[in-house]
Design a protein around this ligand. Structure first.
Ligand code: M6R
Length: 605
């Protein structure tokens, strides 16, 4: 999705902005642009380019000097990717420039009115209406001009505005799209994602929806869109700038897969309480008495986070015996759900900014529900909107496809399920057993990572498949769903996931030698049932790649993973299939970190 970066201070601004844009590349974009000014610059200077940040960099002239500027990576919504549609957008008199993330819903109406008033539009974007509204405002201050313009628009935005007549400041505003201020030494930054700031400062202020800010080189203030001052509470970003680097790996995905032993270690760290065979989850804001009154748990997330939620629901039912289920937040928010006072809702999100999840949380809160978050990005919108929750501590995930966050989110759910279980009916012995299993996870993930070479060979073998089937039963089914998503996202091979029990109810019709099946077969009480499914596939000459705790006779190939406690096996069984998807995509020459048509955080509807 789109990215914003801005700077005001004494340094040469263009290289800083370009570096910031590079750090936002992972979010997905199709064009980029930058506008600058400064005490010695006459007016605003702008460069835009369709394509990558390096294409923009190539167009920036040598004498592109200034000390204040805003820049943008655009993900096309209104109008095709082009130089004209790239942000920033500038007013006809070259005085006002705006970068915008989000969607202005009433842009067509505003455009028609402005056009009727003689305004000439240079792009097809919704954002350009905002520029003209700011430029036409008769207000005395830039803050008031922006406020007047925002009063006229409906929709979502994270914006940064630069004005040639007010070149000592940048005005920013947020409604539904993240805006973070970075506080430096006599310099200030703004961005839509801390990734663009952390190499310069880790002191940040995250704006709330309905909040605006004025940043100057040595000062900033925050206020509401109606002008009331707000209190800004700077926080320190825990992630180091280096965690955004590739660290010697060829891709972020490879790096993030390899980081999983450490990441899982982090989600466990400081939380296990051996004395009571339970875990402490500091930010849950749910005491034991309240936990005992929960009648149901509903988990909401999108994509990979939804899949992690499915595993989480299974863990909660198994360990805490609370009825639980997961649903895509994108569906939930549109079906006028019954919101039950005895249900605990849990929103899951790596980024903490996914619009569908945030909208579901806001709807639930409006109806008085208690909502917890299972989130990776500290201080993100979902983390702040929820009543409490569990941070998954995976560290920054840069690759568009999620790997380590999935594993950490599922592990965080295991902690939550254990915590709730021990408050309810889970025995001390079972609590101890699960804790020992959790402690074994980092070492077992390391063992799986050591199999990369063999998995790579298998990936090459299956890479020419046009389509693949993924099956699993009960605990294995969400693993199959996630593995199939991983494969399709980065290799573009069509993949379907089905409960193995459903094969004979339809999908068996697809099985033939050219459609390989990946089967998740834990060594649990359903092992024999799963083996029967393999028989059915073999009888139709289907190829089988099994992920199992022991070699599967009916499978053509088996990836053997270490066995943990049955409740925790799902955490491990997805990991070889992340490696499988990675090497399949590599064999097919795909752009692994930035798969086509996808963005890292989907902050629009
Ligand atoms: O940041 P979130 O966890 O809320 O993102 C949700 C999905 O957009 C995300 O998991 C998506 O499915 C990824 N491409 C998965 O690899």
């Amino acid at each position: 999705m789109c990215g914003i970066v801005g700077y005001i201070g004494k340094r040469d601004v263009a290289p800083l902005l370009l570096e910031g844009l590079q750090r936002l590349e992972y979010r997905g974009y199709d064009s980029a642009g930058v506008v600058i000014t400064g005490p010695k610059a006459a007016g605003l200077k702008m460069v835009k380019a369709k394509g990558r940040v390096r294409d923009l960099e190539a167009k920036v002239p040598a004498r592109f000097k200034g000390t204040t500027g805003i820049a943008h990576t655009r993900w096309a919504t209104h109008g095709a990717p082009s130089d004209e549609n790239a942000h920033p957008h500038m007013s006809g008199d070259n005085k006002v420039a705006v970068v915008h993330n989000g969607i202005i819903d009433n842009a067509d109406d505003l455009r028609a009115k402005l056009t009727a008033d003689g305004v000439e539009f240079l792009s097809e974007t919704d954002t350009e209406v905002l520029v003209h509204l700011v430029a036409r405002s008769q207000a005395d201050t830039l803050e008031e001009k922006v406020r007047e313009a925002l009063r006229l628009i409906e929709g979502t935005y994270g914006i940064a505005v630069l004005h040639a007549d007010f070149s000592d400041r940048i005005v920013v505003a947020r409604n539904g799209s993240p805006v973070v201020l970075g506080i430096g030494e006599k310099e200030m930054f703004v961005a839509s994602d801390v990734a663009a700031l952390v190499s310069h400062t880790r002191q940040v202020v995250t704006l709330d929806d309905g909040e605006m800010a004025t940043i100057k080189a040595d000062d900033f203030r925050t206020y509401t869109t109606s002008g009331t001052r707000t209190t800004a509470n700077p926080t320190t970003v825990e992630w180091e700038a280096e965690s955004y680097d590739m660290g010697g790996h060829d891709t972020y995905m490879h790096k993030e897969i390899s980081e999983q032993p450490d990441a899982v270690d982090r989600v466990l760290r400081g939380r296990i309480d051996d004395r009571f065979s339970t875990v402490h989850l500091g930010g849950l804001n749910l005491d034991a008495r309240e936990a005992r009154t929960i009648r149901r748990i509903k988990i909401l997330g999108c994509g990979t986070s939804y899949h992690a939620g499915l595993i989480g629901a299974g863990l909660i039912e198994e360990l805490a015996r609370i009825p639980a289920d997961a649903e895509p937040a994108s569906e939930f928010r549109y079906r006028n759900p019954v919101v039950d006072p005895d249900t605990l809702y849990i929103a899951v999100s790596q980024s903490g900014e996914t619009y569908d999840v945030l909208a579901a949380v806001q709807e639930l809160k409006r109806k008085g529900a208690r909502v917890l978050g299972v989130v990776n990005v500290v201080g993100s919108a979902i983390a702040r909107e929820t009543d409490g929750g569990v941070y998954v501590h995976a560290g920054p995930e840069v690759c568009v496809v999620s790997t380590k966050c999935f594993t950490n989110t599922v592990t965080a759910f295991a902690l939550l399920a254990l915590h709730l279980g021990r408050i309810r009916d889970l025995s001390v012995a079972d609590g101890k057993r699960v804790i020992e299993g959790l402690r074994r996870l980092p070492g077992q993930i390391q063992e799986i990572l050591k199999q990369e070479d063999e998995i790579k060979k298998l990936a090459k073998r299956y890479a020419d498949a046009k389509s693949m089937m993924f099956i699993g039963r009960v605990r294995g089914y969400p693993v199959a769903l996630e593995a199939s998503l991983k494969l399709k996202e980065i290799s573009y091979i069509h993949a379907e996931a089905y409960p193995a029990s459903e094969l004979k109810h339809g999908p068996l019709a697809l099985i033939e030698p050219s459609l390989p099946t990946v089967a998740i077969i834990p060594d649990d009480d359903l092992l024999e049932k799963n083996r029967a499914a393999l028989e059915e596939i073999k009888a139709r000459s289907g190829q089988i790649l099994a992920v199992a705790h022991q070699e599967q006779e009916k499978a053509d190939h088996t990836i053997v993973v270490p066995k943990n406690e049955p409740e925790l096996d799902s955490i491990l069984m997805g990991i070889p299939l992340q490696i499988f998807a990675y090497h399949t995509a590599l064999a097919l020459g795909r752009d692994i970190d930035k798969p086509r048509n996808l963005a890292k955080s989907v902050t629009v509807e």
